[in-house]
Design a protein around this ligand. Structure first.
Ligand code: ADP
Length: 559
């Protein structure tokens, strides 16, 4: 996950979706990757300026893998990029700077929202009902050459603004340099703003972003977590940084895989003497996030329920039931324990409360939450948004299906790169080669794209075609095959085509597999190509149903 949300990887993942669905993914500022796209960036900006001489853009350069505003600077022209020297020579993302943010008390602020990715397959997403608003400490002015360097005016990072003399620690969630997002919404609502619309736009941004991230995440996931074993499952709490524009449109700034869960801040009592003091705003938002995450993800709850009939089992490190995608930091571990103890105490109120942990469909979730409030439990702050809104967003999940194809042909367990044989097998099994597209052309396509992606220095640990290269090759094949359609339809058609041929192949293999069983270990010549036979009797019906539905889907689509 840490890899996935690095600035470059996130930009690439969102960009892939922008190619397919430009309108749906216009919540992410236009971005270029440095140094790979430096000349492209310069050329594109020059062209745009020539077309519209009144356009005076500002750009923000953010080092890849940086955090807390580290190494970030603003520029007015591509030629201002600092290509040499320490920090600045790191790969980076350069982005269009959002010049007109919504201001509160004349200050720029951003929103930190906590999102629980509860499960990848099936996709389950929860959003915390409240978040944090982090304020700049100098009144905002649109960027000019004079004020470009004023970080307290342009960057909302807490870690930077805390060093400003204007930073206000507040023990009230409605004031100061860090406030709850709900307090901002209340204020906006009192001014007549449609805050429901703001929320639904934010939910949509979060779901779409996660849809953009899941395909590659699945590629990493299958290489790290063996498939087919029951539990443990993974979850992740993500920190989404969002900026509201003046017109209230939310824009995604970045996603944090390891958001700070501190509920205290440092106070300088006398020069050089610091003390940790509680931060009510952080506590209000973060404790609820951790508590509800534990309520939702604990896979041992059923087991615990049985044990609890006899005795109370305190949680300790060795029995911590869920595996996070990241190691748990000490700081988080204490918070987990704290929240776990609180929720555990509450869990014992009655067996009926256990139902809440299942957090079924959202209506039921809210209903259950109310039930629990009545019984003395705090209501859930995490709101399920996926699969609740799946119907509205499922059409965007095309690249997930491309990832399923990629993973199927990876072959060797634990790898994330496709070798030339795997790629050829993919082409052959999906019947993509013909007189106009020979296997020699397939090899050239493979070599061209793989070499280019590998030269970008993404990951040299393994050789072969990386996931992004496969996506590019897939889009290329789709464009070749379905010339006149828009890109997303070309890609969807190619996915249908591939899935259809693979379903037919699976069906054949199944028959072949049954033959093997029936002839009691007799040898059957069955074309082997790296795909597995699925001989288990109980899977055959499911597979046949899946095949039948794929064939039907494909036929409906074709005619
Ligand atoms: P970091 O991980 O270093 O905090 P961010 O991407 O969150 O990097 O950027 C730091 C800050 O810079 C944000 O909190 C925001 O205030 C500002 N910022 C980032 N990108 C933009 C942008 N495209 N337009 C306007 N402000 C931005």
């Amino acid at each position: 996950m840490t890899e996935m949300v690095r600035k470059i990887t996130l930009s690439r993942a969102v960009r892939t979706m922008q190619y397919l669905f430009p309108l749906e993914y216009n919540f992410y500022p236009r971005s270029w990757i440095l140094p790979d796209e430096s000349s492209f960036f310069e050329k594109e900006i020059r062209m745009m300026k020539d077309r519209d001489p009144s356009w005076k853009p500002t750009f923000i350069v953010k080092p890849d893998g940086g955090c807390q505003g580290d190494g970030i600077y603003l520029i007015k022209d591509p030629s201002d990029i600092r290509l040499t020297g320490g920090l600045q020579s790191r790969p980076a993302v350069v982005q269009e700077y959002i010049c007109k943010p919504l201001l509160v008390d004349k200050l720029k602020f951003d929103i930190r929202l906590y999102v629980l990715l509860k499960s990848l397959e099936p996709l389950e997403i929860y959003i915390a009902k409240d978040g944090l608003s982090r304020f700049c400490t100098e009144p905002y002015q649109e960027p000019t050459l004079k004020n470009l360097h004023q970080v307290f005016m342009h960057l909302t990072n807490y870690s930077l603004n805390i060093h400003s003399g204007n930073f206000i620690h507040s023990d009230n969630v409605n004031t100061g340099s860090k406030r709850t997002f709900s307090s901002i919404l209340c204020r906006l609502s009192s001014k007549g703003v449609d805050v429901k619309k703001v929320w639904s736009d934010i939910i949509s941004l979060v779901i779409k972003t996660i849809i953009a991230l899941t395909p590659e995440l699945k590629v990493y996931y299958q290489s790290d977590i063996p498939a087919g074993k029951p539990g443990p499952t993974c979850f992740q709490i993500l920190g989404f940084d969002i900026l509201l524009m003046k017109n209230l449109k939310p824009m995604l700034l970045e996603v944090n895989a390891n958001p700070s869960m501190r509920i205290e801040h440092e106070q300088e009592l006398s020069p050089g003497v610091f003390e940790n003091v509680p931060s009510p705003v952080d506590e209000e938002v973060k404790v609820a996030v951790i508590r509800d995450t534990l309520r939702l993800v604990d896979p041992q709850k059923q087991k615990k329920k049985d044990i609890q009939r006899f005795r109370l089992v305190p949680m300790c490190a060795s029995t911590f039931p869920v595996q996070t995608l990241l190691p748990i930091t000490i700081e988080k571990w204490h918070l987990y324990k704290f929240a776990e103890q609180r929720s555990q105490t509450l869990e014992h109120v009655s067996d009926a409360k256990e139902e809440l942990l299942d957090a079924g469909p959202p209506d039921r979730l809210e209903h259950d939450a109310n039930k629990n409030t009545e019984a003395g439990l705090p209501s859930l702050c995490l709101k399920q948004v996926f699969p609740k809104y799946a119907k509205q967003f499922n059409y965007l999940r095309l690249v997930d299906r491309v990832a399923a194809l990629f993973i199927r042909f990876l072959g060797v367990k634990g790898t994330t790169k496709l070798g030339p044989t795997g790629f050829r097998t993919f082409i052959r099994n999906c019947k993509l080669s013909n007189s106009n597209f020979s296997m020699a052309s397939v090899d050239i396509l493979y070599i061209d794209i793989t070499r280019r992606w590998n030269s970008m220095g993404i990951d040299h640990k393994e050789s072969g075609m990386c996931w992004q290269a496969f996506v590019e090759a897939f889009f290329c094949l789709a464009q070749k095959k379905y010339k006149s359609l828009p890109l997303h339809e070309q890609v969807a058609s190619l996915i249908d085509f591939c899935e259809y041929h693979l379903a037919v192949l699976d069906e054949k293999r199944l028959v072949c597999g049954r033959g093997i069983v029936e002839r009691r270990n007799a040898l059957v010549t069955c074309q082997t190509d790296g795909l597995q036979l699925i001989p288990a009797a109980h899977t055959s019906l499911l597979n046949r149903m899946a095949t039948a539905s794929k064939l039907a889907d494909y036929r409906n689509h074709q005619y």
